[in-house]
Design a protein around this ligand. Structure first.
Ligand code: IMP
Length: 502
């Protein structure tokens, strides 16, 4: 006989947090949102953690290299979408890994025998006034000096004056050796009152400039998520079909963590994919799996060796899986059950497998609820798609700016591999829609506000860390009438713009 769950399954909208005691210590500035990204043994530190509990969805309309850099700068991770060629996806990963915050490769290079006229033309072309003078004018040549706007006066000098006559020669430059940290480079800049510091290798070739003007913007990213070589951390989606070619390319490009992107992860396909990765890379390649919505699905993937497990079927804002196939579960109920399974597994084995609630987050407080219900981090599609950094068009519709947002299972993305049941691709059908979402501006401002709300609520619950929130949270189901009570009611709003709704 079929199995019946006793309780109806619930969404985040049906819950609220009941405040607990807040000590004087409970202030947002004291809250840490650090959380594990991959599994770890009791008493040990995870190999990878997030500084904020947010990751961006494995979707064409959400996670490209631009999004990944912006999110890592704030402390989270993007999973670059896998519904593109292996080469294109690896290239996006490479771009994130090659992006060195604060270290700028020189794109303006000139030779000492060139002229002031050449300097002026190059400045017009690149827009940069600081140029590297290299022996032969190529980026690979030995650095012999630099030219900045302070070295010449167009009104007083002949345009055929040679660069060697007015550049600041190498001997007079303050430089730093490659391997210097950003902090050390900044100290040198401040101590010597420089505008630009050239970083050179053992052969005196220029690797990067570090600019004084970038200092302020870097200082405002205290949470940025970096690997051991100070590069941004980035993830990538894979599927259960072409992993033998995709995984090596992504690993080679420097991906820090992979995730099997599938609408339903309780399958032999995921087992085979993880087994292949373990056989070829052992534990050195980190891979999450999913999605599941119950304890059985979690245990299966944990036993397969997944580094984290993603939860959620049918709850995504662009998702029509529940309508098309009648599978899924309320996201809150799924999160609560999987969190219990994760804790039991930890007790039994001493291995903590982080879980990620994926899809269905509408309001910021839904994120706090997901964390309180046991999620270690949260995957969001619609939320990030609204920002400048998402890879989609911004369009004006009836005077309101919108961004495009489409599902991986929509006819537009045609990512049928994430619905892999090994069947006939011709019989694939849509499980997602193509849509618009209200444009919301830069990621940094929005994420900053969201985190401020999460921290504030955590303080109301008397929690300064996510594990503490999970332990102390008191969560209540709400009745449908109390949901009405929760919004502004029985007043006539002067401004009906739903800005408070995010
Ligand atoms: P959102 O944050 O509510 O927009 O949900 C994003 C999540 O929806 C993704 O991380 C996926 O798990 C899921 N998803 C993405 N594309 C589709 C689709 O076309 N159909 C169903 N679910 C999707």
């Amino acid at each position: 006989m079929a199995y019946f769950f006793e309780e109806p399954s619930h969404t985040f909208n049906e819950y609220l947090l009941v405040p607990g005691y807040s000590s004087a210590q409970c202030q947002p500035k004291n809250v840490s949102l650090k959380t594990p990204l991959v599994k770890f043994k009791k008493g040990e530190e995870p190999a990878l953690s997030l500084n904020i509990p947010l990751v961006s969805a494995i979707m064409q309309s959400v996670s490209n290299d631009t999004m990944a850099i912006a999110l890592a700068r704030e402390g989270g991770v993007s999973f670059i979408y896998g519904s593109q060629t292996v080469e294109a996806q690896a290239e996006m990963v490479r771009k994130v890994k090659n992006y060195k915050a604060g270290f700028v490769p020189s794109d303006s290079n000139i030779a000492p025998y060139q002229t002031l006229q050449d300097v002026i033309s190059l400045k017009e072309k690149t827009g940069h006034s600081t140029m590297a003078v290299t022996e032969d004018g190529t980026p690979n040549g030995k650095l012999v000096g630099i030219v900045t706007g302070r070295d010449y006066r167009i009104s007083r000098m002949s345009l055929d004056t040679k660069v060697s006559e007015f550049m600041t020669p190498f001997e007079k430059l303050v430089t730093a050796k490659s391997g210097v940290t950003l902090k050390e480079a900044n100290d040198i800049i401040w101590d010597n009152k420089l505008n630009a510091l050239p970083i050179i290798d053992d052969e005196q070739k220029l690797e990067y400039f570090v600019f004084r003007k970038d200092y302020e913007s870097r200082k405002s990213n205290p949470n940025e998520l970096l690997d051991d070589s100070k590069r941004y951390v980035v993830g990538a989606g894979i599927n259960t079909r072409d992993y033998a070619t995709r995984v090596p390319a992504l690993v080679e490009a420097g991906a820090d963590v992979l995730c099997i992107d599938s609408s339903e992860g309780f399958s032999e396909w995921q087992k085979l994919t993880i087994e292949w990765i373990r056989e070829h890379y052992g534990d050195s390649v980190k891979v999450g799996a999913g999605n599941v919505v119950d304890a059985e699905g979690f245990r299966f993937l944990a036993e397969c060796g997944a580094d984290f497990v993603k939860i959620g079927i049918g709850g995504g804002s662009i998702c029509i899986t529940r309508e098309q196939k009648g599978i899924g579960r309320g996201q809150a109920t799924a999160t609560i059950e999987v969190a219990k399974a994760r804790d039991e597994y930890f007790k039994e084995t001493g291995i903590y497998v982080p879980i990620c609630s994926d899809g269905g987050i509408v309001h910021d407080y839904h994120m706090t609820l997901a964390l309180a219900m046991g999620s270690d981090f949260i995957m969001l599609g619609r939320y990030f798609s609204r920002f400048d950094e998402s890879p989609t068009n911004k369009v004006n519709i009836n005077g309101q700016y919108m961004k495009e947002y489409w599902g991986e299972g929509s006819a537009r993305a045609r990512n049928w591999q994430r619905y892999d049941l090994g069947g006939d691709a011709k019989l694939s059908f849509e499980e997602g829609v193509d849509s618009y979402v209200p444009y919301a501006g830069p990621l940094k401002d929005n994420v900053g506000l969201t985190l401020a709300k999460i921290k504030s609520t955590m303080c109301n619950c008397g929690a300064l860390t996510i594990p503490e929130l999970q332990e102390k949270a008191k969560i209540t189901l709400v009745s449908s009438t109390s949901i009405v009570e929760g919004g502004a009611h029985d007043v006539v709003l002067k401004d009906s713009t739903p800005s408070h709704n995010q």
